[in-house]
Design a binder for this molecule. Structure first.
Ligand SMILES: *Cc1c(COP(=O)(O)O)cnc(C)c1O
Length: 379
């Protein structure tokens, strides 16, 4: 067999949408981006405003800038994340303060975060690890009580529900990624979502080199020739081609085509491997009204078996991954202190293949391999 860890799922719908844009011939940011933002706002609900950008990392960076982070500020962030979270914070000159995670979820440990608050702490960047929003209310209350802003790195959790609310529809500022392998893709891409109109306006200006209100003109197929700039800006806007792909993906996500299967595949893994000793799954958020549409499927195994399991899978045509090497161990973000839970999990984590070009049978075959390996290890 041959199973990739992750893949984009592109149908005729995306291809035709791109051809349509190419035929119109306007490729920069325009009507498609405007419509994608509208479609996303409607999907997420709660009267949010949306600003689309060219990556999830750009979304995080602009969110950090829009809440006013400056050199000298500190942001609490779990170490178990893609390094994008850390880079987005440090891009503003602020310092990412690496925190430990909960053993059961891989999400930020509030207990640890609490001990790292200082007079310089301005925000928490909360990562929904493996699509689990965890206890989002508790994090939000903690931020409100401590006068901190909350940026949710929801790169894994597009379309998930927490207490019957879509991720992004409540909270402070939420960032999504639409890179090639996320729950939906726009080729590359991302979005900043918030109920705070002023904040989204800042993001919209900053994504076009800081040119005030240029986004509005672009959508009309125009641009500003005389303009003002009041802040540092970047070339982070989304293109029409990306938005066309994103809109087609959103439709296919809404009708279940590329969302329901993720849930079924993950459930199949859990059902097939739940009684295998030596394998641990992270907690699913099974609270009232919550629904997880998983982006990745990490399991934990004994640290002495991890590399052998990965090799065994590879020899049998199954790609596996590792989310993530702890950010606080990277030279650029190295901490003077240890983070015991992240460091322990990092030795045990293996990500199994999960994407919507896989079938339930593919997952069952991967599970047979995992079981065969675990059983042979026992004897
Ligand atoms: C993918 C991802 C990002 C960055 O998104 P890009 O679109 O790849 O820039 C940030 N954080 C997490 C947790 C991610 O998985």
């Amino acid at each position: 067999m041959s199973v990739r860890l992750s893949r984009s799922n592109i149908s005729r719908k995306e291809i035709e949408a791109v051809i349509d844009v190419l035929e119109v011939g306007y490729l920069a940011m325009g009507k498609q981006v405007h419509l994608f933002e509208k479609n996303l706002a409607e999907f997420i609900g709660g009267e949010v405003e949306v600003a689309c950008v060219n990556s999830g990392t750009a979304a995080l960076h602009l969110a950090c800038q829009a809440i006013g982070l400056r050199p000298g500020d500190e942001v609490l962030v779990p170490s178990l994340t893609y390094v994008a979270s850390f880079q987005a914070i440090s891009a503003t000159g602020a310092k990412p303060v690496a925190c430990d995670v909960e053993l059961e979820t891989g999400n930020l440990s509030l207990e640890d975060a609490r001990t790292r608050i200082s007079s310089k702490t301005k925000a928490i960047m909360y990562v929904h690890y493996a699509s689990n929003p965890g206890n989002a209310d508790e994090i939000l209350n903690f931020c409100r009580n401590n006068n901190l802003r909350l940026i949710e790195d929801a790169a894994h959790s597009f379309g998930c529900l927490y207490k019957n609310q879509k991720i992004g529809s409540f909270g402070d500022v939420t960032c999504f990624s639409f890179d090639g392998i996320k729950n939906i893709t726009s080729g590359e891409g991302g979005a900043v979502v918030s109920l705070d109109q002023e904040l989204i306006q800042k993001v919209k200006d900053a994504r076009l080199l800081g040119v005030c209100k240029d986004s509005d003109n672009r959508i009309l197929g125009q641009r500003s020739w005389t303009f003002n700039v009041t802040e540092q800006g970047w070339r982070y806007h989304m293109s029409e081609l990306m938005a066309a792909i994103g809109r087609a993906q959103l439709e296919r996500f809404k009708n279940g085509e590329i969302s329901d299967l993720r849930v079924s595949l993950a459930d199949t893994y859990r059902n097939n491997l739940k009684n295998i000793s030596g394998i641990r799954f992270l907690n699913y958020n099974k609270g009232e009204g919550s629904k997880i549409i998983p982006h990745i499927l990490p399991i934990l195994v004994d640290e002495n078996k991890r590399e052998d399991l990965k090799t065994f899978l590879k020899e049998n045509g199954v790609e596996s991954g590792f989310h993530y090497y702890p950010s606080h161990l990277l030279d650029y973000f190295k901490t003077s202190y240890a983070l015991p839970t992240v460091e322990k999990m990092a030795k045990e984590l293996v990500t199994l293949p999960l994407h919507t070009l896989m079938s339930i049978e593919d997952v069952e075959e991967v599970c047979v391999l995992v079981k065969r390996f675990m059983n042979s290890e026992k004897s």
